[in-house]
Design a protein around this ligand. Structure first.
Ligand code: FAD
Ligand code: MLT
Ligand code: ZN
Length: 482
């Protein structure tokens, strides 16, 4: 629908109001929380924001928008980091916010599953599982506001993947509204179901481009009896990788977290949040955060840690280490790790990359990329941190001290991105480990993924959303199927 066609526009809005009620259709100039991305890089403008309260309402909204040829941007908590959840600047897209759909539909203790609406906030789900005596292990810095629908649409990772896998591995079934406004009821709690193509896995990670997730059935796990966290200083990324291998050997499936943080990333936390009192960061180039979840006892977990750290000291892998004495200390250490993203924001705009590399090649990758970028732009500062246990590094570049972040990004993002992604390709890695493609990396996908894969993705998009109604301009470049 063209922006000038006011008659059609007001007709459409009236129809949408009739579906969701006047209080759940928002228009106007104060829609920043829906129209601006979390990093404040992109400010879009929507035709309106629609907040349906049920699956049936979602289906009706999609049918009406499809009939009017108006495109839809599904949105959960709007914490995504790749510009996938906000409208473009045209003022013609409908933001479909799932946040009102936040009911717990079922909890089946025997089947160890929980079924929730898509707008259920991740942290509330963790708490609900905990109250019922279970663990829902997905955990990430945005958990206080991101939603299960968004987590599945992005196949989110986070800090527990080394043991429990990405959001995909935690999902048994989905309810999805298709681009035609039909409801696909796949809310199965089955752990085995080989009845043809796996439609669930097609929608997971599709970033709102193939269907709108309205509910999910998720796996619950036994709660560990004890959790322990240690913080260690290491002298190189090689040593961090060797320590990770040792941790796998010593802890086996009790290893639930292994994060790495370089000195500069921790210096930013120290600078912007000095009250967090970052340990060891001044003495070593890298720190690691290790978490063990034990099904026996705290003593057993502590024993595992002591043996690991003893051997690591003996082999010269760690310079210093502390084991959290209690839950509060462990939470404080995790809080430092989760504060890096915010400290980076405080420091100013930066160039962000979310890459994965085979662990055996990770140190060589970082060495090569660091030196190529330092040669290209004088004085850049490297913010390297992430989920080393998954081979996933947030390889971010902060502006030189002498330069404004915004100018730096405008001037160098493309050039630095090229160096990083070409080096990622050389080291057999991925240009997006966990944040997705959104619109930020859409051109990079075509450049760095195999033509066969891109062509198959194109065919899937065309088959499922032939009118290109759902989140156009995200994930895969489509001229238009209209
Ligand atoms: P949104 O941001 O609203 O949407 C993300 C994408 O999913 C968009 O393309 C949107 O169109 C689509 N979408 C949303 N809901 C639906 C739905 N119901 N149906 C279909 N499509 C939908 N990510 C990680 O993977 N690991 C991390 O460790 C991590 N840490 C973070 C820390 C911070 C401080 C922040 C701000 C973000 C972090 N993220 C991380 C990124 C982000 O939180 C995740 O991508 C999260 O899964 C997005 O959920 P959301 O509900 O906010 O989705
Ligand atoms: C994290 O691991 O903290 C997140 O993915 C956020 C980020 O990359 O900044
Ligand atoms: Zn991350």
């Amino acid at each position: 629908m063209s922006g000038e066609n006011l008659e059609t526009k007001s007709d459409l809005i009236a129809t949408l109001v009739a579906i969701v009620g006047p209080q759940n259709l928002l228009t106007g100039d104060d829609l920043e929380s829906y129209e601006q991305d979390w990093r404040k890089r992109t400010q879009g403008k929507s035709l309106c924001v629609v907040r349906p309260g049920s699956t049936e309402e979602v289906a009706r909204v999609i049918r009406v928008c499809a009939a009017a040829r108006v495109t839809i941007v599904p949105q959960g908590g709007n914490t995504g980091l790749v510009d996938g959840s906000v409208p473009d600047a045209s003022g013609t897209q409908v933001v479909l916010s799932l946040r009102r759909m936040n009911s717990l539909r079922a909890l089946d203790p025997q089947n160890m599953t929980i079924t929730v609406d898509a707008g259920y906030v991740l942290q509330l789900l963790q708490e609900k599982a905990d109250e019922a005596g279970f663990l829902f292990p997905l955990s990430l810095g945005a958990e206080g506001s991101c939603t299960i629908g968004g987590n599945l649409a992005t196949n989110a990772g986070g800090t527990q993947v080394v043991r429990y896998g990405n959001a995909r591995e935690l999902c048994l079934g989905l309810e999805v509204v298709t681009a035609q406004g039909e409801v696909l009821d796949g809310l199965s709690g089955l752990r085995k179901d080989n009845t043809g193509y796996d439609l669930r896995d097609l929608f997971i990670g599709s970033e709102g481009t193939l269907g709108v997730i309205t509910a999910a059935t998720l796996k619950l796990y036994p709660k560990p009896v004890a959790k322990l966290t240690a913080w260690a200083g290491v002298n190189s990324l090689e040593e961090a990788c060797q320590l990770l291998s040792m941790a796998h050997q010593f802890m086996s499936s009790s290893l639930t977290g292994f994060e790495v943080m370089n000195k500069f990333s921790l210096s930013l936390v120290d600078k912007h949040y000095p009250h967090l009192r970052v340990p060891l960061w001044e003495q070593v180039p890298w720190c690691v955060l290790i978490e063990v979840s034990d099904s026996e006892s705290e003593e057993h977990a502590r024993g595992l840690f002591e043996r690991l750290l003893e051997k690591a000291f003996e082999d010269g892998l760690i310079a210093d280490a502390i084991i959290a004495e209690n839950i509060k200390q462990a939470q404080d250490l995790w809080h430092i790790r989760e504060s890096i993203t915010l400290a980076q924001v405080e420091e100013g705009f930066n160039v962000k990359h979310d890459i994965s590399i085979p662990l055996s090649l990770m140190p060589d990758f970082v060495r090569e990329a660091d030196s190529a970028i330092a040669a290209a732009v004088d004085g850049v500062r490297f913010v390297n941190f992430g989920h080393l246990g998954d081979g996933n590094l947030h390889y971010n570049i902060q502006a030189p001290e002498s330069m404004r972040g915004k100018d730096f990004v405008e001037q160098y993002e493309e050039q630095i991105g090229r160096i990083v992604y070409d080096t990622v390709g050389k080291y057999q890695g991925s240009i997006s480990a966990e944040h997705g493609i959104g619109s930020l990396k859409i051109e990079k996908l075509t450049r760095h993924k195999s033509p066969v894969a891109v062509s198959l993705m194109h065919s899937i998009k065309k088959a499922l959303d032939p009118m290109n109604i759902l989140n156009p301009g995200r994930v895969i470049q489509v001229q238009s199927f209209f």
